[in-house]
Design a binder for this molecule. Sequence first.
Ligand SMILES: Nc1ncnc2c1ncn2[C@@H]1O[C@H](COP(=O)(O)OP(=O)(O)O)[C@@H](O)[C@H]1O
Ligand SMILES: [Mg+2]
Length: 260
Amino acid sequence: MMQTTQTTQQTPAYVLETHNLCKRYGAIEVTRDIDFKIARGARHALIGPNGAGKTTFVNLVTGVTAPTSGTIFLDGKEVTQTTPQHRVAAGLARTFQINTLFTELTVAENVAIPIAQRLGLGWKVWGKTGKHAALVEQAALLLDQLGLLALAARPVNQLAYGQRRMVEIAIALALKPQVLLLDEPAAGIPNGESGIILDLLERLPEHISILFIEHDMNLVFRFAKKITVLVEGGILTEGTPAEIRADDRVRNVYLGRRHA
Ligand SMILES: Nc1ncnc2c1ncn2[C@@H]1O[C@H](COP(=O)(O)OP(=O)(O)O)[C@@H](O)[C@H]1O
Ligand SMILES: [Mg+2]
């Protein structure tokens, strides 16, 4: 048989992996030996009580915080020692638990900033009208895909809180990530309205792997195909929504406490 010259390099099944990831602050272990994997195209949720270490985990993976020990792989390549900027360029994006928008700018301008960043243009284009208009146009295109075009020309400071949270997700998407880490994207949105975030998440391209950190179990069970439960810095268990729902340990540490 003839050998083809086609590349035979395999695509790793997991877009993100951690091995034995640990983080200590002094004597306090906030991340304990975490072996974690996100599959390609995953709809994966990370849950756990307040202080369990969810945000710390996101900070370690994105490179904002250096681990005490352990390794992190993005698309099969080790990134443990790399900068946050490198990881963004390699396809990792996140949203924050707290608001990070430029409230004086329009929604499209807020989304245009990460587009400029991805294209390596930086802030310099901001004064240059032609470039600026082209970027805002690209931003509007993305907003349209997400069903948010009606917000494009509005200044962020005129938006309702839930709308701002949706813009944050659009901003993360503007980086064209392979993996998107959402740290409580529905936090602060009144219970009855948090479905708007879920509707938006359901519009995201299927190939993007999503890790969703969320308190509202209704949202988690509607969104996730797989759930990892974090308790006191370590993984308690992982499973399908049905498995997690039926797990007494999870009920005790998380669900039980919440609904007590
Ligand atoms: N910079 C820090 N210094 C000391 N302790 C920290 C620091 N950052 C987080 N922690 C602690 O780590 C634990 C996990 O926090 P966090 O990751 O924010 O939890 P979660 O997002 O699950 O609510 C908490 O006990 C918190 O106080
Ligand atoms: Mg948190």
